[in-house]
Ligand binder design. Sequence first.
Ligand SMILES: [Zn+2]
Length: 239
Amino acid sequence: MVVRKSANEAAAGDEQVSPASELRSVACPKCAQLLETPVVTTLLPESAQLLELFAGTLNRPTCPHCETQFVIDETLVYRDAESAFIAYLVAMPEDGDTSAIEQEIDCMATDISSSEGTERPTVRVAFSRSEFIEKIALHNGGYDDRLIEYTKLQVMKNLESEEINHRQHRLLFDFSNEDPDIIAFIIFDRENNQPVSRMHVQRDDYDALVEEFTGSSQLMLELDMLFPSCYVTCDRLIG
Ligand SMILES: [Zn+2]
């Protein structure tokens, strides 16, 4: 499976010889002409490719024949060896059942650590680019994404109305926010994936939540039970 191949490359360490991108022949979705374009599959911290991901330009070539810009949907792996963090972007299975992928990635993380005798990396899976970016941004910002998802749940409960509700909307962490006193979210319409509004919570409230959880082994155990796999999303809690 694609996931395993990428993960093995990702786990191969800094000496890995596999390139971060490969030249590939892809068909333009509009005019069907083939073009040769580099496709990135592995991302490292502070790399140019990571900046491209955040800017929305990664694996997004322009067709030289008809000038259409299009996204190449590709499995991506982000690997931060220093902080033992790996995130995957994989395609959502057609039947929507993610359990096999989650299990595969979780097992792999355990295998990597036992074969190398290292700390088990924190692993996350995302099924859309926006979620993938969110996972990386949260990790790099020093957040516990589980407590961010927990916070989203509380926020959605408070916002619940005709206009804004969980069935139609989802929250995404706004990594472009520069105000250190708040944690900002963008409210997206699930159907057309367009932003409809913004909201924020106080940073102090999040910090208090972190303190409450980290200060209680019982609460941390409950957090593990709320998010038992590498697919950490508040959608799971709302059902
Ligand atoms: Zn074209």
